[in-house]
Structures are given as C-alpha cells and as structure tokens.
Design a protein around this ligand. Sequence first.
Ligand code: ATP
Ligand code: MG
Length: 574
Amino acid sequence: MKLSKFFMPTLREVPSDTDTISSKLMLRSGMVRKLSSGIYEWLPLGLKVLKKVEQIIREEMNKINGQEVWLPLLLPKELWEETGRWGIYGKELFRLRDRKDSDFCLGPTHEEIITDIVRKEVRSYKQLPAMFYQFGIKFRDEIRPRFGVMRAREFYMKDAYSFHATEEDAGNYYQEAVNAYKKICDRCGFKYRQVEAASGAIGGKYSHEFMVLAESGEEEIAWCDCGYASNTEKTECPDTEKPKETALLPVEEVHTPKIRTIEDVGAFFKTSPVNFIKSLVYLVDGNPFMVLIRGDYEVNEAKMKEVFSASDVVLADPATIEKITGAPVGFAGPYKLPENKTLRIVADYSIKSVVNGIAGANKTDYHVKNLNIDRDYKVSEFADLRKVIKNDICPRCFQQNKKINLQFSRGIEVGHTFKLGTKYSKSMHATFLDAQGKENLFIMGCYGIGVSRIIAAYIEQMNDPNGIIWSPALAPFEVILIPIDYNDEKTKQATDEIYNKLINDGVEVLLDDRDERAGVKFKDADLIGIPLRITVGSRNLPDKVEFKLRSEANTSLVMLSDLSEKVKTCLKMN
Ligand code: ATP
Ligand code: MG
C-alpha cells in the first residue's frame, strides 16, 4: 500500500475530549473517529488491526471446534422475557418498537438467541457437545461511555456458547475455552492475568476474566504469588475474625442528636470504627435485608448479588429505612428492631470480632452501646460480604494456614468466560434426549471477548511518548518503507525494488511515498506504531538501508542482499 493513496487522517494535536492514552492515540493515528458518545467509526488503519485480532480469535475458536454463525442484532422481546432479562437488563438495553407495535431490543449479548436455536434444532446427546460463536456488534447503553472504544455503546465482540450433555463435559470444555483465551492473549502480545470474577448480569456458576495489566484500567485485581488472582469485586475475604476476649458490658442507650455518619459516631464515642456495627438496609430483588458489617469495612454489592442469587441490590431509600427501622437514616441497628417478619438480618464475618459494639438504636437521635451478638441481637446468617482492603490476606494461602498479604494491580477486562450450567436452558426449557431417551437440560458455557476493547487495551499497555508500539501480530502493516527523497531517481528505484520484493515475500508494507520531510515521515511512522521501519536514502545506497524496530531506539544498517531474511526474522515469519 502506498501512503499517498491510503486514507489515514493523522492529527498533530491531541484531541481535547479524550480521557486515556489509547483513545488519544487511536484518534491521532487516524484509526477511528467519534460520531457520538460511545459510538465510533473505524477507518482503514483501525479496521486492519480489528481484522487481525478477529482472525487470531477465529483461529483459536476453530481449534476448539467452534462453529461460526451470524446472529441478528434486532431481537424480539419475547425471548428476553423467557429468561426475565427484558426486565433485569434495565436501562443498558436499547429498546425499540416496530410499526406493528412489537417490542425489540438491540442485542447486548446473545444467550437467549443461541439457546432458542439449539432447543429447536438439537435433539439428541449424539449432537453434543456443540459450540457456536460469532463476531458482531453489541449494543449497550452504558451509564458512562468513556475511554474511547474501550467502554462504547456500540462495540465489536466475539461471543461463543457451548452446549453439553454432562457436567463433566461442560467442565472439561470450560478449561479448553480458558486455554484458548490464554492463547489469544499470548498471540496478541500483551501482559495479562486470568482472574476469578463475579458473573454479573450474564449469571451462572463461576467465571473468569482476562485482564490486560494497565495502570489506567477500570478494574482492580488482587493476587498472590501462590497463583490466586481475582477481580476485587470477587476477592474472597475469609472468615478469620474471632471475638475479642473482654467482659461483656450491659447495653446502654445514648442520646446522640444529629450524630449519623461513622465519622460523627467515632468522634462522639471517642472510639474507632472497629467497634461499630454498621447497619445498612438494602433491597435485594425488592426484599428488605439488613446487612451488618464492621464500621471500618465497606459492603461489596457484587458479593451480595452472588450470595443471595439476586440480580438487583440497592440501598433502601430513606422512606423505606424509616418504615423498617422506625428511625431516619443514620440510626438503624440490629437491636430492638420493630417487628418485621420479612426482614432478614445478614452479617459479614467481620461482625464476629465486634464485642461491646455500637449501633443505631432504631430511634431518632439515639445509639446503643455494648451490643453483643446472640445476647442482644440475632443474625439469620453470616457471609462474606465485604470489599477487600489493602492489608487483607490471600484466601487460598489462608486455607493452608499461611498468612500472606494480597498484592494489587489495575487491569482492563478484555475477555470473560462463564460456566453457565443450566441457567438459560432451564428458564427456556431447552432439552435434549440422552442415551436412555430421557429429556435433560443442556449444560452451557459462554465465552465473550471484546475485539474492539482488546485494541484499546493493547495500546494502553504498549505505547511511548511518540505513539503506539504494535506487535507484528496486530500491526496494521508489518513494515513501513520510507524513502528520504522519493523524487530522487536512484532512491525511488531502490525503494520500489525493496517494496516489490517484500510484497512478494508476503510482508505487509506501507510505502511512505509522500512528498514530505523525512522528520514528518518518521513521526507518523512512530505514531501509527509500525513494528519495522526501513529507510532508503542516497547516503547508504547503493547497497545498504537503515533498519529500525519501533520497540527499540537504535538503528542499524542492513545490506540489501540480507534485507529479506532480516525482515522475516524480525517478524518471526517462516
Ligand atoms: P464490563 O464489566 O467492563 O462492563 P462486562 O462484564 O459487561 O464488561 P461481558 O458482558 O462479559 O462484559 O462482555 C464480554 C467482553 O465484551 C468484555 O470482556 C469486554 O472486552 C467487552 N465489552 C463489554 N462491554 C463493553 C463496552 N461497553 N465497550 C467495549 N467493549 C465491551
Ligand atoms: Mg458491562
């Protein structure tokens, strides 16, 4: 490809409304343009990278017997109602109505659609296992579209769904899919971690995320040298707490006018939050729960969703709190709660350590002190409900009686694998006949990877002040060929010969034939991140050219006779 003919509108200036390095570089290099919030146009340079990532993923999916399909984007409400997700998906779902007043949505993910196909077309265990995948646009009306294509409202994803006759087969296949995801990440050439994850709106038994390590990442990862790694949404906080050995004091009601926050209570009682029983009223799928947690910890709502198999967990509004506790916000507690048959009181493990604790008295402007579990209040269950904090220990090492502190990094989630079990086959009555002619529910897995997000995540990790640093596997072109002066007859002749030779060798070459100064050409080459730069100039001709890797600072001279081999070696081509 000759650059003079290639549509690559690079920008010198840094666009002002960008929030990450990758979004700046994708705009500046002319890979994408923004149409509207979270909606992007992919220009030729960007699309070339997208197609490379797509092909790597396709090859790895085919190796694990995936069969490619193409599913619609416009999806009828009825299917989504079968699983209840028409309601659950909430505002993230783009909804629309056709001329006959039927409701549709723009697909954010395709579990319902593929399960519908399989329940209609796959009847026998003999047709299993089966895995189907597709590449396609997904629509999600994200609350905060940001970071360029990384959190867009319209984005490009590969989603895959597998169907199995037995748990064992589903489990084995899940591992194969995870291995395929590792290969995809390895081939793309970024540093990443596979972590345990919360399953969110997709649901299912357990899931793993693939995180590209980058400081700007939205996700936090907690990990340990033992191999444990998890999204901090999911990081287990084991049941380590023991009650302090101290005498139990009598309960005392204390007048605490306008003392509502943990800080106010601490100052008033002149004590640390480790002695507080923080009491929060939640609505869990609409049902009231009181969650107790030690005053120095925070509730992890993703854990609540998993523990209570709920899809919606929100703090109750002030009116509900007042109705349940009899007091305004800030004075709730587990002691002497008004009679309420539907309220469940659940405590985080940390509450086990609180002796002679302080909580709201369920009475305006009053707290109680010296509260003790069992003696003064009961909880229906203990669970791990808290957010992990910096000094927490590794839950796996703890099982081996070792106390090792967790380490923390930031990451960008690029892929997510889910062991779904029968979540969708059950609600959609998707069954097959087993060897005995008995009907069974399909056991499912699903595996998503954000093709467009991978590209931004890669750039986030692999850049320098001059621009992007592509790995040969993802680069839009493998080689950029720069003649210092293409108007000089000898330079032009040598450049064209090199260009033709490399093209014949199967190398993807971009020839910068523009009538620009060498400095400008070098700057653009660095910005768009082509892994190999070959500069042709009268100073080194007739037999040598300058050779430079984008990832290294130094240049070297290469004999024309060795060039072809040298290029192949650097690109790791056979
Ligand atoms: P997140 O927690 O970042 O919102 P998710 O859990 O909603 O992600 P999945 O439903 O598992 O994402 O989707 C699979 C993959 O699709 C993600 O791993 C990510 O790479 C990509 N993806 C999800 N949402 C977006 C988005 N808004 N823009 C671009 N890519 C996305
Ligand atoms: Mg999401």
